[in-house]
Design a binder for this molecule. Structure first.
Ligand code: NAP
Length: 492
């Protein structure tokens, strides 16, 4: 099966931070793929911006080297790589200084009015400087869009300050706050499963769903992000954005249309319905952890503090919590969230656990009846599994088995599944904000997260340690088992 590719209009895409990790590892490979698929018109230009003194040719050589690994794995990309590199240019600029901006603006104005995407792939401390200078040089006109990377603040006050500042230079419909989890195929499939089938929606409530689990597990440790991560931690880095956005996609009411504001209105209602977790609930409803030395992918790895080179950090590298959406549809249904570094597998999944049948006709001999489970896997291999009870095949008595109806998207469709960034970058060019966060969503998420962070700070407890390569502190197991439930394992 071939994927249908609709070309976008010609555009200029400027990557502030064009020499950084995100640009070289995700954005430019994603753009190469879209180019190779024929989605990016020839007259489009991609401009890397950073302080480093380079020119177009040396930047092309640097990007070419970074993309060679991607191209080596796919002959179609290797063929197109030289042409793609010709679409690239480089502008040396310091976001905090005026020099060079006139030449940069003149280069963009050369093409007349066209779609201009400014991707802020730099530290958030530079967002305001960059936006102000774009406005001062007349680059915030109608065709302009600005893409804002996480983290958007470290609490409600700082997020509001960033949103205010960016909002002074660009209107809300020009601002694309990216959460790449929303660009994943499975998340969009969640919309399709829920709203393009009659099967699930009648069951999609507290009447038939027992609980929901959302896990985003990483095997990596700090990598090169120590200075950022230690001031952030798992709650700010993962829960406030990725996990809450996934929770919204599960819990939202059906939007009237796929229009960006219709979808975002519904997500906002979910965020506003989250039951607050404050000082009184914190011990029962949350667990913070920090990994100590252990093993990852078969190799011994140091603990967080050794990796950091300090012994006094209380930053959490793991969070488990029990959230509740306090509304008519979800009253009494816990949403268990967990995320962490140095866990045994790199896996992101949403598990919808349905209630038990009200009565079993099978008696003891049939074995127990287990509940139906819908598992939406976001990574490593995207797909959906629906666990159902069937009769154990073969002669003899009627015994039951819990088996998955398994659909791996890659196997089922045999096409390259676009990476989240590929899809989202093309959405920005098209001006489609459905899979991007609106300002009020980001702020509502912080409003729920801030009291948890405050309560942790007030308690001043050290995070519970866990061995690298395990599923977090034992308290995270207790968090769910206290309620008579268990974390999902793939064989369950
Ligand atoms: P990075 O590797 O540190 O790159 C930062 C980039 O910004 C470099 O190109 C740097 O080049 C440029 N830069 C720094 N100061 C500048 C200035 N004053 N003016 C112009 N350019 C400047 O960072 P990154 O990992 O790519 O992350 C970029 C952003 O994306 C951050 O907000 C991060 O939180 C977010 N993010 C990253 C990832 C990821 O996987 N890396 C994932 C999610 C979100 P020069 O030093 O030469 O100027």
């Amino acid at each position: 099966m071939t994927a249908k590719t609709v070309p976008v209009d010609p555009f200029d895409l400027v990557i502030f931070g064009g020499t950084g990790d995100l640009a070289l590892r995700k954005l430019l490979p994603g753009l190469l793929r879209r180019y190779a698929e024929g989605q990016i018109p020839e007259s489009s230009r991609i401009l890397g911006v950073a302080r480093d003194a380079q020119n177009d040719d040396s930047y092309r050589a640097r990007v070419g080297e970074a993309l060679q690994r991607v191209a080596d794995a796919d002959p179609a990309l290797a063929d197109k790589l030289p042409e793609f590199l010709q679409r690239l240019g480089y502008q040396s600029l310091d976001a905090t200084r005026d020099d060079g901006w006139d030449a940069f603006a003149a280069r963009l104005h050369e093409q007349g009015e066209r779609i201009r995407v400014f991707y802020l792939s730099t530290s958030p401390a530079l967002f305001v400087d960059i936006c102000n200078r774009l406005r001062d040089h007349g680059l915030n006109g109608d065709g302009a869009r600005v893409v804002v990377e996480k983290p958007i603040g470290r609490d409600l006050a700082s997020a509001t300050a960033i949103n205010d500042a960016v909002g002074r230079d660009f209107s809300e419909d020009q601002i694309f706050r990216i959460d790449h989890y929303l660009g994943k195929e499975t998340v969009q499939n969640l919309l399709a499963l829920r709203f393009a089938n009659i099967l699930f929606e009648p069951l999609w409530s507290a009447r038939h769903i027992d609980h929901v689990q959302i896990t985003v597990a990483e095997t990596v440790g700090l990598e090169k992000r120590a200075s950022y991560y230690d001031t952030s931690g798992a709650m700010r880095d993962m829960v406030q954005n990725h996990l809450l956005q996934l929770l919204c996609m599960v819990a939202m009411e059906p939007p009237a249309t796929l229009d960006a504001n219709a979808v975002r209105d519904e997500k906002l209602k979910v965020l506003r319905s989250l039951k607050p977790i404050g000082r009184d609930e914190i011990a029962q409803a949350t667990v913070r952890g920090q990994y100590r030395a252990g093993a990852s992918d078969g190799a011994a790895v140091p603990g967080y503090l050794d990796e950091l080179g300090r012994d006094d950090s209380r930053t959490e590298t793991f969070v488990a919590l029990k959230a509740e959406v306090d509304n008519w549809r979800w009253a009494g249904v816990p949403f268990y969230l967990r995320t962490g570094k140095r866990l045994p597998d790199r896996v992101s999944e949403i598990v919808i656990d349905f209630r038990h049948v009200p009565h079993s006709i099978f008696g003891e001999a049939g074995g127990g009846i287990r509940s139906n489970r819908l598992v939406l896997r976001l990574q490593p291999d995207e797909g959906v599994k629906l666990w159902i009870m069937i009769k154990d095949p073969g002669p003899g008595g009627l015994r039951l088995q819990h088996v998955p109806l398994d659909m791996s998207f890659a196997e089922a469709f045999g096409v390259h599944q676009p990476e989240a960034y590929e899809r989202l970058l093309m959405d920005v060019v098209r001006g489609n904000q459905t899979l991007f966060m609106r300002r009020d969503e980001v702020e509502a998420a912080w409003k729920w997260v801030d009291p948890i962070l405050d309560a942790w700070k007030e308690l001043d407890d050290a995070p519970k340690t866990y061995t690298a390569g395990s599923w977090g502190p034992s308290a995270a197991v207790a968090l769910i088992e206290r309620d008579g439930r268990t974390w999902h394992e793939d064989s369950a």
